[in-house]
Design a protein. Sequence first.
Length: 344
Amino acid sequence: MRTRENRRLWAGAGGLAAAIAAGAALQRRHMRRIAADPEDGRLRAPVRGRPLEITSADGTRLHAEAFGADGAQTIVLAHGWTESIPYWTYVIGHLSESFRIVAYDLRGHGDSEPATAGDYSMARFGEDLDAVLEASLSGGERAIVVGHSLGAMSIAAWAEHHDVERRVCAVALLNTGVGDLIAESLLIPVPWIAQLLNRTLPPSTLLSSRAPVPRFSTPVSHASIRYIAFGPTASPALVAFYERLLIACPPDVRADVGIALSELELHHALPRLTVPAIVLAGANDRLTPPSHAERIAGELPQLRRLIVLPETGHMSPLERPHEVSDAVAELAADVASGANVAAA
């Protein structure tokens, strides 16, 4: 009897060892696949700018960096939820030859301080943008402001309470929504289920989870992030790069911002963006699908273009940096020429 029991124990141990060995082999293959991507090296050495220290209205200290030549048209870059300045590596590389770029870390992200008193309301993100504009522009200078996801929401939150045309000459809203984020998300593909969840589940269930994320990329986490945030053509290095940004974002910040996003409603602020604007979406964006971009575009007084990029997810500045940079450069040329280009 004891011999049979020992055999079962040895068999179980052998099966566990085999499973561990198989998992380790799978992990090694996963990491080799990322390392073999030609973009991995570049994304591990993002561009570095000239540091700027900025203090927001509530005392939160923000980290910003300037790139390109002083004296050129300034473009301010505001990244999205769980991202940081390096997210803009490709776009900065494309635009800094012709423009002065100012990129900043949102409160609680990257090298910016956690929010004073834990305040991650959308109004505070708007105040942060105002502080960046005031600190980085001189005299009557006006900037083109480009926001991705939460960064674009911050632009709308800022416009609600500030004189837009005093400091801004144009805006670009990338992969974003300003309301109904859960109801229109394609992560839950059946609309009525999404709407039901939006009405019945508390915010912590959907956007504000404090659950930890893996401390390194795994095949499962990598596949999940690819499905949620990227289009079908994103390379392994792109997904892994964003995964590292996500891991670096403190769980409490991620959760507190998630609460603010679940309560977001800023459509009423869009008519205050009275400067030339472009709206850009990814055709495969499951987080803020093109329906958000279409509604935003219809509410902007000076829409120049609505762009929907094919085979692109939520991460357009990573997935399609040439197209994003070209669209921003065209907007800048439009503003510089004073042309009244009809919306496309």
